[in-house]
Design a protein around this ligand. Structure first.
Ligand SMILES: Cc1ncc(COP(=O)(O)O)c(C=O)c1O
Length: 424
């Protein structure tokens, strides 16, 4: 049997995706960036595309740009995202933000099933998602109640309990496919089928899943989905999000915001709204063209790499990270706060420590002049290490763990103030 290598140099040398790193702007080669699950790196192609979009498309073509390129953007790029998430091109569209899309689709689902009134979600879901559901509860008086299943350990949700909780009053089961803190990866097919057995719909937030794990919405029979493009898709800060509505549902659902881009022909300027057929009826407004343009190069890189290869590398890297944590960080008081089994884990790993905040600070702003490492902190005690296989190396992971060890072992974190910025 061949001996398994744990040398980061050997692992990087054997990595078939290693050339993708040079597709990203890495101006500071000393910086280790493990936060691609919050904001992905800038693709080199995006920098030049943005220059062209601003100087040529906007600067020269002016209003003509709408017919030449911009009107088709939301559907064209949506069609590319569809290839990453197992959907047909006309089932996905680039539009609005994740939270706004979630509101539109959750509202549509509640309206469609007026004889049911429960949205079932869980405590691992992203707070903005929970707020959107609470908002629906507040405005759909007596027609929407939010049931939040509590995870026992904040790491996984017991899927049996979840399935048992779906009943005849459940309209919608709404979950994040990969949980934002622990990276717990749900069995989308099983839960979607469980929802359907009870006559409910399933809505998936793919923000931490798209570009990180293979997703098969059609294979799972999913009804609805939303997701962001600024994490593993590398679309840029606050870049436009996307939504998915299964084909057979599109003309049955009502988008609660009747903006002109959801009209059959916005430039006829009719006084009465006539919803467009198909996925376009879930649009609202003029697309933020520059932001939409910026989402494409990162998407193309993932399509070139192929999600199977991305997933294989992500599993190898997160397993490597956990192995190093067990060896070097567990003796220093760290605990794994993500599933150990890669079959139910996305592409980030959270580790727990009482001093997580100050350790995180010392990684980002080293008081001892060491190299910087950027992860992120999630209250109260988690350091979240995001692995983006297109640009993170095994060496990044090895060096990060050894840097954390040095910060704790050497008491370096004690030099940090513990004062929190707005964004952690
Ligand atoms: C899982 C998940 N859902 C929703 C959001 C919110 O996205 P947006 O700011 O586009 O509404 C985020 C943001 O990080 C997220 O991680």
């Amino acid at each position: 049997m061949q001996k398994r290598s744990f040398s980061p140099v050997e692992l990087d040398a054997a990595d078939p995706l290693r050339s993708f790193r040079s597709e990203f702007v890495i101006n500071d080669p000393d910086l280790i960036y493990l936060d691609g699950n919050s904001l992905g790196r800038l693709p080199v192609r995006t920098a030049s595309l943005m220059r062209q979009a601003v100087e040529q498309e906007w600067g020269v073509r002016l209003i003509r740009g709408w017919n030449e390129e911009w009107m088709a953007l939301s559907e064209r790029i949506g069609g590319k995202i569809a290839r990453l998430i197992g959907a047909e091109p006309d089932e996905v569209i680039l539009t609005d933000s994740t939270s706004v899309n979630l509101f539109k689709l959750a509202f549509a689902a509640m309206k469609y099933q007026a004889d049911r009134d429960i949205i079932l979600t869980d405590s691992l879901n992203f707070p903005s998602d929970l707020y959107v559901f609470q908002g629906l509860d507040a405005i759909l008086t007596n027609a929407c109640f939010v049931d939040v299943l509590k995870s026992d350990d904040d790491i996984i949700t017991n899927e049996e309990f979840l399935l048992d909780r779906i009943g005849k009053e459940t309209a919608l089961v709404a979950l994040s496919h990969v949980a934002y803190k622990s990276a717990f990866l749900y069995d989308m097919k099983r839960i979607t089928e469980g929802a359907h057995e009870q006559g409910a719909m399933a809505l998936w937030d793919l923000s931490h899943a798209v570009g990180a794990v293979p997703v098969d919405l059609n294979g799972a029979g999913a009804d609805l989905a939303v997701g962001c493009t600024y994490k593993y898709l590398n679309g840029g800060p606050g870049s436009v999000a996307f939504l998915y509505v299964r084909k057979d549902l599109q003309d049955k659902l009502i988008n609660p915001i009747w903006g002109w881009f959801a009209e059959q022909n916005p430039f006829e300027f009719t006084r009465e709204f006539r919803p467009a057929a198909g996925i376009r009826r879930f649009l609202v407004s003029s697309p933020p063209v520059l932001s939409a343009r910026a989402t494409e190069p990162g998407l193309d890189l993932l399509l070139e790499a192929g999600m199977d290869r991305v997933r294989t590398k992500s599993v190898a890297q997160t397993e490597y990270l956990i192995r190093l944590c067990d060896e070097y960080l567990a003796p220093l008081g760290f605990e794994l706060a993500s599933p150990r089994d890669s079959a139910i884990r996305g592409s980030h790993v959270s580790i727990r420590h009482l001093e997580a905040f100050r350790i995180n600070q010392a990684m980002i702003s080293p008081p001892d002049g060491a190299r910087q490492v950027i992860p992120d902190f999630r209250a109260p005690d988690l350091i979240r290490l995001g692995v983006a296989p297109l640009y993170n190396s095994f060496q990044d992971i090895y060096d990060t763990i050894h840097r954390i060890r040095q910060i704790v072992d050497g008491g370096i974190y004690q030099k940090m103030s513990g004062k929190r910025e707005v964004v952690t």
